[in-house]
Design a protein around this ligand. Structure first.
Ligand code: CP
Ligand code: NVA
Length: 307
């Protein structure tokens, strides 16, 4: 593992290793055993979009690992004034030991990885959100003891979350049914890649515009905001276009009784999910949010620790 730009570049073995290390780090954190695997290391964290979970979990995680996190809002660094990605990558490589970046274009983080010589972690682009989906799959594993052969149902926008779910589920052998409204389908290249991974892992993927069909016999339910960061101008149109795609108790009742509800958060109750579902007994959203911390610590140790 050199970078984490997309789940597509991880092997199934690497994902298993991340999860094994996550379990250890989570346990050690819960019993407050010191685990300074990144002592003396620094992580630069570039944010071109807002964040609660990602910022706090990476910053706290780096501290818990004995390292130092640097919050770099793109408004405050020269990148926001037009300094190139290439120069930013070369300069930061002289100071820090890794870069975590949240931005718009996937090609920007690829350029950062290409021109720098330190690990780059994708903390969300318009296309992917790999750290989130690894934490989600870890939550599935923690709940059911396994991932392979279970079924995830995603209802909503075919966005960064849905695209990364396609890659994450098919890498780990989880079946996945996605239902998006017309015009909000997942990235075609990613679907193609996921089908290739599914041929190897045995995952069954189903993509449609029918939420009821998607959720039948699901073990985990997932949705995300209808209006992602950067799409705010389309909010009203999206609310109209996503009518019928809310995850509510009726839709939830079509899944297995033991099904869990997941959401990357932030959530908008009354839109993509009803409050009865997200605040109900099947919801795992806060365990899921906590797992961001533990999974990302494992990712940082793998990428930035001693080799
Ligand atoms: N789920 C997630 O990435 O949350 P933030 O936008 O708050 O970081
Ligand atoms: N799809 C959402 C995820 C937020 C964590 C967005 O991009 O805003």
């Amino acid at each position: 593992m050199k970078h984490l730009l997309t789940i597509g570049q991880l092997t199934t073995k690497e994902i298993s290793e991340i999860f094994a290390l996550t379990k250890k780090l989570k346990y050690e954190q819960h019993i407050r055993r010191k685990h300074h695997y990144l002592k003396g290391r620094t992580l630069g964290m570039i944010f071109s979009k807002s964040s609660t979970r990602t910022r706090v979990s990476f910053e706290t995680g780096m501290f818990q690992l004995g390292g130092h996190p640097l919050f770099l809002s793109s408004n405050d660094i020269q990148l926001g004034r037009g300094e190139s990605i290439k120069d930013t990558a070369k300069v930061l490589s002289r100071y820090v030991d890794g870069i975590m970046i949240r931005t718009y274009e996937q090609s920007d983080i690829e350029a950062l990885a290409e021109h720098g010589n330190i690990p780059v972690i994708n903390a969300l682009t318009d296309l992917y959100h790999p750290c989130q989906i690894l934490a989600d799959l870890y939550t599935v594993k923690e709940t059911f003891g396994t991932i392979k052969g279970l079924k995830m149902a995603y209802v909503g926008d075919g966005n960064n979350i849905a695209n990364s779910l396609l890659l994450g589920c098919t890498k780990t052998g989880m079946n996945l049914s996605i239902a998006t409204p017309f015009g909000y389908e997942c990235d075609l290249q990613t679907i193609k890649q996921a089908k290739e991974f599914a041929n190897i892992s045995g995952s069954i993927i189903n993509i449609s515009n029918d939420p009821i069909k998607a959720v039948a016999n699901a073990d985990a339910f997932y949705t995300d905001t209808w209006t992602s960061m950067g799409m705010e101008d389309e909010k009203e149109k999206r609310i109209a276009d996503f009518k019928g795609y809310q995850v509510d108790e009726l839709l939830m009742s079509k899944a297995n009784d033991s099904a869990i509800f997941l959401h990357c958060l932030p959530a908008y109750r009354g839109y993509e999910v009803s409050k009865e579902v997200i605040d109900g007994p099947q919801s795992k959203v806060f365990d899921e949010a906590e797992n961001r911390l533990h999974v990302q610590k494992a990712i940082m140790v793998k990428l930035m620790g001693e080799r």
